[in-house]
Design a protein around this ligand. Structure first.
Ligand SMILES: NC(=O)c1ccc[n+]([C@@H]2O[C@H](COP(=O)([O-])OP(=O)(O)OC[C@H]3O[C@@H](n4cnc5c(N)ncnc54)[C@H](OP(=O)(O)O)[C@@H]3O)[C@@H](O)[C@H]2O)c1
Length: 378
């Protein structure tokens, strides 16, 4: 590909975007990349650039509401990293522009409906235009997707198997993440969210998705309406060579006591009722300010662990994937390393086209990179 930039980061002015820009600037020289940051507000982009140290980026102006400006941005780069959310609201035209321009694309969405729309409606055109689209390259869903894949690979291929992912974290969220969650919840209760079309294999073991006390982890387990199970199930469906054919996946959030279970479940249940009312949504959008999030001190005290247990008739396996602040510092790392991996694949001519999961598009190369960067994957 003959393009001016290897990587353009769109949404560099956001809370997460700024952390990603910082990570890219530090690593750009070693990775031998020419890069730029992009967004709708040039003044803000200059402020972001002025705070960076390392190899500094160029600045590009682009607004999701102006398709021509998207095409100018996407036509100049080999890979677009998209951190502009909510993706349900802003993502579709960015995808269309990338596919039209044959520009490879990565994002950090955590919105199941957005991803389902791409799987259902953009896969063929991405293949035709030789474009690689990979969603969920942050905490959603790299740990869950890779933990499930690595666990399945340790079990006999021809035996039906169940994979259960358990997530522990003490993380807090950015304004952008909470706004995105409210917006996605609203689509869910309005029944306007798009669903994927994957069915469970009839021989795959059933996993009960109730709140329960899990003996495997000796703690309470809560199924959560997050994007990870959608991504893992898509990987299972797309990669039978690695996973086997009759595989089920369930994912749970871990809490140490019943009080903590209630503290987690009650606000979500309340939000599911209140989100129907415009006044509540407006209040929440006002409260959760874009560009805000947990400060450095808070993030330094934050960590995560994703444990995947796999069981088949004759064997058990377990993968632990863990690191620091999942939503922001580690997301900046996972997202940037995903882009470097994709660039490696582009340079080695091993890139795959279509709308792919992180495991399908990035594979072991990303695992090696993340381990070198201090993420524990065992
Ligand atoms: N997968 C994960 O694990 C993970 C982790 C973190 C975040 N996220 C997701 O990433 C998204 C961003 O989160 P955040 O906390 O960084 O949010 P944020 O602080 O609100 O940032 C939003 C970004 O989108 C940009 N934007 C908004 N409207 C735009 C438009 N019309 N044209 C161009 N750019 C526009 C904003 O630009 P301005 O500065 O000009 O407003 C800003 O750069 C959210 O959807 C969040 O859920 C996912």
């Amino acid at each position: 590909m003959n393009r001016k930039y290897d990587i353009v980061l769109f949404g560099a002015t956001g809370f997460t975007g700024q952390l990603i820009a910082k990570y890219l600037a530090i690593h750009a020289k070693n990775e031998n990349i020419i890069w730029a940051i992009a967004g709708r507000d040039i003044e803000k982009l200059h402020k972001v650039k002025n705070q960076l140290s390392g190899l500094l980026p160029d600045i590009l102006s682009s607004d999701v509401k102006d398709r021509a400006s998207l095409d100018v941005m996407t036509s100049q780069t080999k890979i677009l990293m998209n951190a502009v959310g909510p993706f349900n609201l802003y993502g579709r035209d960015v995808i269309k522009s990338c596919i039209d321009q044959g520009t490879h694309y990565l994002d950090i969405t955590g919105e199941p409906s957005f991803v389902a729309d791409l799987y259902n409606n953009f896969f063929e055109s991405a293949v035709q235009n030789k474009t690689c689209i990979i969603n969920c390259c942050g905490f959603d869903s790299i740990p869950a997707d890779f933990a499930a894949w690595l666990t399945a690979k340790k079990l006999p291929k021809d035996e039906p198997k169940s994979l259960k992912g358990y997530i522990r974290t003490n993380a807090t969220f950015s304004g952008g993440t909470l706004t995105t969650a409210i917006q996605a919840l609203h689509m869910e209760v309005q029944k306007t969210s798009i669903k994927t079309k994957i069915r469970r294999h009839p021989d795959a073991p059933k996993i009960s998705l109730n709140i329960h006390f899990s003996k495997e982890i000796n703690a309470w387990a809560i199924p959560m309406p997050v994007v990870d199970p959608h991504i893992v199930k898509r990987s299972i469906f797309r990669m039978p060579e690695d996973f086997g054919v009759a595989v089920s996946y369930g994912q749970f959030f871990v809490r140490s006591s019943i009080t903590k279970v209630l503290k987690t479940v009650m606000p979500i249940a309340a939000a599911m009722v209140l989100v129907r009312f415009e006044i509540f949504r407006k209040r929440m959008f006002k409260k959760f300010k874009p560009g805000t999030g947990p400060n450095e001190e808070r993030r330094a005290k934050t960590n995560f662990q994703v444990i995947c247990f796999g069981t088949s008739k004759s064997a058990n396996a377990k993968t632990v994937f863990s690191g620091g602040d999942p939503g922001y510092d580690e997301t900046a790392k996972m997202f940037s390393q995903s882009a470097f991996t994709l660039l490696d694949k582009l340079r080695n001519n091993t890139i795959i086209y279509g709308v792919l999961t992180p495991v399908e598009g990035l594979g072991m190369l990303l695992v090696h990179r993340l381990r070198k960067e201090g993420i524990m994957i065992e």
